[in-house]
Design a protein around this ligand. Sequence first.
Ligand code: GZL
Length: 331
Amino acid sequence: MIAKKFQSLKRIFFMSLSAAAFLMITACAAKEEVQHNPELLLGFSQLGTESAWRSGNSADIEKKAEENGVSLMLENANRKQENQIAAIRRFIAYQVDVIAFSPIVEEGWDNVLSEAKEAGIPVILVDRDINTKKEGLISCHIGADFYSEGVMAGEYLIRKADELGKDSLRIVEISGTEDSTPMRQRQAGFMDTIADDERMNVIESVNGDFLKSRGAECMRYLMEKYGTDIDVVFSHNDEMTLGALPEIEKAGAVPGEDIIIISIDGGQEAIDVLKAGKINCVVECTPMLGQELMDTAKKLKAGEEVEAVIHPVEKYFSDEMDLSGLPPRGY
Ligand code: GZL
């Protein structure tokens, strides 16, 4: 009887010993896990909330920060460069691990980025680029190849002119924020692509600052000035395009038929209008840059090498293709 009791006590002892050992090993592994992925504090200066593209970009960055266990300090600059510079200075004072920002314009960043470099904080550009002669201010640029977006727009127009048998096309351009990378590069890509095609005649370029309201104002002005003499509108983003369309209709013209409409961004609203036949071509510019940003920030925190430039793969959508199976755009 005693022997039996002793046996069962011994079994309970060894079972609790192995349970304790299991718990300790698990706890150490978890601790190891935490040590291996220390908290990453990322300061991000977003330029504004001017478009569905911008809102989609911010939402994706917030979502990916959450999913990747990154602590995100996101500040909205309300489209003022001085607000972005102030935010970057706050991030430096706060000693964040990595700074990221989408520069509203290309020039004017050398001083504040030199301060970040002196503080030993790496900087990632998201979306737009900067223009600087100084070395070593930026660790990585994650953003579209805006020039190729302009090229895709120009190539579409050349195909459209061939399809319609046009021997001349009068083009107006509604451009984005002055001195921003997308404005400069989309314009350059488009103009370079059509430059040798004698049918193409750019009659005026006006600036809509990527805003819907300004796009409407620009189109109202252009319709009053040129009316039915306009054959093509090349607009640097969907917001301005969506603002322009009602102005074309108010003037008695049919967008997508009387006037060829080419836009850039590729948000859901523009794709829906493309499917309805009021826009002829939408070039994609994805705002979903959050995962690349988190991956790159983690590598920089860990002292690993990163690519200098990361371009997302982008395409275009047009009235040349069947869009019925297109999945939701997410922005
Ligand atoms: C492009 C981005 C532009 C979008 C606009 O990457 O910088 O800014 O095309 C947005 O919609 O305002």
